[in-house]
Design a protein around this ligand. Structure first.
Ligand code: ATP
Ligand code: MG
Length: 567
């Protein structure tokens, strides 16, 4: 050993409270110095950004302190679960940049051990079969201040209980007719100790175990033991499980000893403004076609965010920024959007597209002539190179960039005004053509041939610079503009209103006949990230084909929503 003989037990700076606990446990040599976490999704829906907060912690803390993290599918309810969800969960975690190697487990793998443990508890007089309905059981629960009532079946003999439990699993009894309960304490101040249900009868086949089992363990009986069977040392979950912790510990003690015992730690869930995060509600949006599937770009799901063009890095940056605490909070979705913008600003390729085109004819530019101008791909990224863009006599600009009777300080195009076409010439508006309704159909301009970059007049200053595309070279595209899915800041807090009535009717706006420069069309591959200059960040949608280009607006350049609120 080196001359430094003392172990350095000083925690690294900036640990959050979960990391601090893990650090202290490792320093104290608990569990033989092992660190093993797990992420335990139930495969009954797609992962959302709340789950991301959870697995960034599970995988993140393991990475930080040299441990491992298991992916465990908590598949204890065959009624709601499906392999479709298993596959999507795997894909989404990988996309976020985490890897569980060969440590993929299923709670259903532990059904035999759990069943054996249940039988042991029955034999030891610690569990009994209750023939009452779930309503009757609930009615006897009492309240935190009023003790519950004991079930009339509570004092069955172990032999009778064992026989009934085995017959429950053999399929002899109907769903809901009997349950197995832990015999703990109907007067406990902790409601979860009032003879919690351990097993119920379910006859729906399971996506992995088929019809082998007719009894299925409840969360509280499955989770801690699954942790134990897997060797999990730190079982990190959200605050609502804090009240379950004594029960977690109660069941785990039936298995564990001093040499190894899993420990549950709780942190605050992620809640986002203008968003619902409940899987039940998200499923409802999908099932009722209120959105276009789990990966609708307006959904807070990982696949939705991916389709919309969010990057894994931006999501992780957001999760880092909000942190982990013991206090419930509602986080602003603007913070997430800010993180998305920041990351895309670094990586997105700059290009030109005109969303609401009006034609400009440059009358003194030679007919049939085409020049190419060179555009920087990304001034924020060294080595990102340039691309060429055609310039010709007829171009499109944004309708909003022209005003016939502009107010003062309108520095875009107007009669007699000069603007620079980004990367190309300075043009001046000479006249407009209108249709019979007075709508402008064509803007006539002249250009100053000396003002192209590299020429003497290039330095000439004008106040406005516009994006544009060459009319004959432009490619048509469809663009989908997204706004927040809900109209109210905290949809889940509106207890007296159906959350579906709180949907924002303008959350999706489809724009056709968008004109994009050829470079965009040539590079419209899935996953590509563009900044359409002066408009926002865009990515090709999955629906996009070479014959019908479709782009999602990931996010506008600026937070227009926040600005609108300030007014
Ligand atoms: P449910 O159990 O109602 O189906 P769930 O969202 O809890 O929904 P799980 O699959 O059980 O779904 O979640 C897996 C893990 O993700 C759990 O450890 C849970 O605590 C965590 N998690 C779920 N929602 C959030 C959230 N909004 N913020 C942080 N963690 C979350
Ligand atoms: Mg859950």
């Amino acid at each position: 050993m080196a001359d430094n003989t003392t172990t350095d037990n000083t925690a690294p700076k900036g640990l959050n409270f979960v990391e601090q606990i893990v650090f202290d446990d490792l320093a104290a040599g608990k569990n033989g110095g092992r660190l093993n976490t797990r992420f335990p999704p139930e495969p009954n829906g797609y992962l959302h950004i709340g789950h991301v907060k959870a697995f960034c912690m599970d995988f993140g803390v393991a990475e930080k302190f040299g441990g491992t993290c298991n992916l465990r599918f908590d598949d204890t309810n065959p009624v709601k679960e499906d392999v479709e969800y298993v596959d999507s969960i795997r894909e989404d975690i990988r996309w976020m940049g985490f890897d569980w190697g060969d440590r993929e487990y299923y709670a259903s793998d532990y059904f035999p051990q759990l069943y054996d443990l249940a039988k042991r508890l029955i034999k030891e007089g610690k569990a009994y079969v209750d023939d009452q309905s779930s309503e009757e059981i609930a009615a006897q629960k009492g309240s935190p201040t009023v003790p519950g009532q004991e079930s009339p079946y509570r004092n069955r003999t172990p032999e009778e209980n064992l026989d009934l439990f085995e017959r429950m699993n053999a399929g002899e009894f109907e769903e809901g007719s009997r349950v197995l309960r832990a015999k703990i304490d109907m007067a406990s101040p902790n409601m979860h100790f009032r003879d919690p249900i351990m097993y119920r009868i379910i006859k729906t086949p399971h996506h992995r175990t088929g019809t082998t089992w007719k009894v299925y363990p409840m969360y509280d009986f499955a989770h801690g033991q699954s942790d134990y069977f897997e060797g999990v040392t730190h079982s990190i979950c959200t605050l609502e499980f804090e009240v379950h912790r004594p029960l977690y510990e109660y069941f785990v003690k039936e298995l564990a000893d001093e040499s190894y015992c899993p420990r549950q730690i709780e942190f605050n869930r992620l809640n986002l403004t203008y968003t619902v995060m409940s899987k039940r509600k998200l499923l409802q949006l999908v099932k009722e076609n209120l959105v276009n599937g789990w990966d609708d770009p307006r959904m807070p799901t990982v696949c939705g965010m991916r389709r919309r063009g969010y990057t894994p890095q931006s999501i992780r940056n957001f999760i880092d920024a909000i942190g982990y605490t013991k206090y419930e909070a509602l986080n602003s979705v603007s913070l997430l959007e800010h993180a998305v913008r920041e990351d895309l600003n670094k990586i997105a390729t700059r290009a030109m597209a005109v969303l609401n085109p009006v034609k400009v004819v440059i009358d003194n530019y030679p007919e049939g002539k085409v020049e190419t101008v060179t555009m920087e791909n990304n001034p924020e990224q060294e080595g990102s190179g340039t691309h060429e863009m055609p310039f010709s006599r007829e171009i499109y600009i944004e309708r909003e960039d022209f005003m016939e009777n502009p107010p003062k300080k309108f520095f875009r195009l107007a009669p007699g005004n000069e603007v620079r076409l980004k990367g190309a010439y300075i043009i001046k508006c000479e006249s407009v053509e209108k249709d019979e309704n007075g709508n402008i159909t064509t803007i006539h301009c002249t250009y100053d041939p000396e003002t192209r970059s590299g020429l003497p007049g290039a330095a000439r200053k004008v106040k406005g610079t516009l994006h544009w595309v060459s009319a004959q070279h432009a490619v048509d595209a469809e663009v989908r503009l997204y706004d927040r899915l809900f109209n109210v800041e905290n949809p889940s807090a509106e207890a007296d209103r159906d959350f579906r009535d709180l949907l924002n009717p303008d959350s999706l706006k489809v724009v056709q006949n968008v004109k994009v420069e050829p470079f965009i069309a040539d590079n419209a591959r899935r996953g590509e990230k563009f900044q359409f200059q002066r408009i926002g960040y865009f990515t090709p949608d999955y629906d996009s084909t070479p014959d019908h280009l479709v782009f999602n607006r990931t996010i506008a350049l600026k937070d227009s929503w926040e600005k609108a609120k300030d007014k």
